[in-house]
Every structure is written in C-alpha cells, then in structure tokens.
Design a protein around this ligand. Structure first.
Ligand SMILES: O=c1[nH]c(=O)c2ncn([C@@H]3O[C@H](COP(=O)(O)OP(=O)(O)OP(=O)(O)O)[C@@H](O)[C@H]3O)c2[nH]1
Ligand SMILES: [Mg+2]
Length: 185
C-alpha cells in the first residue's frame, strides 16, 4: 500500500491550491516552499531533476511539478521557460508574441514527478490541455490563466471556477494519472 502522507514541494500558491483540491481527500498533502533551481532541458528531464533536488531536502514521499506553456507557432516555446516570459511580458504580452502568426494554438503541460524517498526511482507523469492564446480575460490571479482558452470551452482558465478548471486542466489530468499509478502500487 502506498503511504498516505506526501510532501508537495512548491512555492506557487495557484499550484498548491489545485493540488490540494484534487489530492486533498486522498493524501495528507503537506506543502513545503523550498526554492528549487529552475532547470533547463526537455519537460520530463526538468521534472525529474527537480524531484531529485527536492528529495535531497525532504525525507519520504515527495512530489514536485513543472508547468510549460507551448505555443504551436513557435515550435513549442516558451515551453518550460514560460515563467520568465510571463514575468517580463504578462498575459497580454504573451498574446502579443503571436501577433505575427495566424496559428494561436498552444498546449499547457503539467509534469508531475514523485519518489517514495531519496535515491529511489522517480516517476514522471504528464497531463496536457490543448487550447489557444487569447487577449487576456478574467481575473489576473494565477499566472497565464487569463490568456489561455482551452479548446471548446469559450472561457479562459481565469474565467472558470477552480472546480471547472480542475475538470479539464493539464494539472488535473496529470494528477488523475498520478492517482491511478499510486493506487496500483
Ligand atoms: O495561469 C497559469 N495556470 C496554471 O495552471 C499554471 N501553472 C503554472 N503556471 C505558471 O507557469 C510558470 C511555471 O513555472 P514553474 O513550473 O517553475 O512554477 P513555479 O516556479 O511558479 O513553482 P514551483 O517551481 O515552486 O512549483 C509559473 O510562472 C507559474 O506561475 C501557471 N499559470
Ligand atoms: Mg519553479
């Protein structure tokens, strides 16, 4: 049986709230804000290295996640570097980045990585939500939520309640797959 207590290492309030909303009833989710390095590379490798770094600092069952926002017209960039683009440009600047392109398609990717302890295997699980980049709508409370409109919804993530977002989001899909994996072991 898998242990029921897990430490989610993240300093991001939006992520913490969504993880708690999905996993809260099933696990004793403890959050620790440790400033981990922002690694470079492919999405899976980044999550794996982040988990390895977190497990050096936290004992036991530990989980991290790394989020990417990939623009189709830009070959998947900014991808894992979205944090810095968002910081400098804001949601409206992200929308303007695509002004020269007809293709506004994008995907949000959540890579969760967990290990049952330091030195033990690390599992990476991803969830993807396809959508498009739009001129920002809705409250500017979490990251790029105001400029990302998931396919066939007509609403940006920012215009949804946390419950609505958690039905379709990249993070909820990764968490559903993670739960399934954990329950099998
Ligand atoms: O609108 C959003 N809806 C989301 O669902 C979402 N998930 C992440 N983000 C943002 O994308 C960047 C990822 O960088 P990131 O994965 O390194 O996160 P972080 O450094 O903030 O936290 P952490 O690394 O401590 O967990 C950061 O700017 C996050 O704020 C989101 N924005
Ligand atoms: Mg980070």
């Amino acid at each position: 049986m898998s242990p029921r207590a897990l430490t989610f290492v993240s300093g991001n309030k939006g992520k913490i709230a969504e993880v708690a909303a999905v996993l809260g009833g099933l696990y004793e989710v403890r959050n620790v804000d440790i400033d981990l390095d922002e690694f470079q590379g492919e999405i899976d490798d980044i999550a794996r290295r982040k988990c390895e770094a977190a497990s050096e600092k936290v004992d036991g069952f530990v989980m991290v996640e790394d989020t990417s926002l990939c623009f189709d017209a830009l070959g998947g960039l900014p991808g894992p570097y979205i944090k810095w683009f968002l910081k400098k440009l804001g949601p409206s600047g992200l929308h303007q980045m695509l002004s020269a392109y007809d293709d506004k398609g994008a995907e949000a990717v959540c890579a969760m990585a967990f290990t049952h302890g330091r030195g033990l295997p690390i599992t990476v699980i991803k969830g993807v939500c396809k959508g498009r980049i739009v001129s920002p709508r809705g409250p500017n409370t979490f990251g790029w939520d105001p400029c990302f409109e998931p396919l066939d919804t007509g609403k940006t993530f920012a215009e949804m309640t946390i419950e609505e977002k958690n039905v379709i989001s990249h993070r909820s899909k990764a968490l559903a797959a993670l739960r399934e994996t954990l329950e099998k072991n």
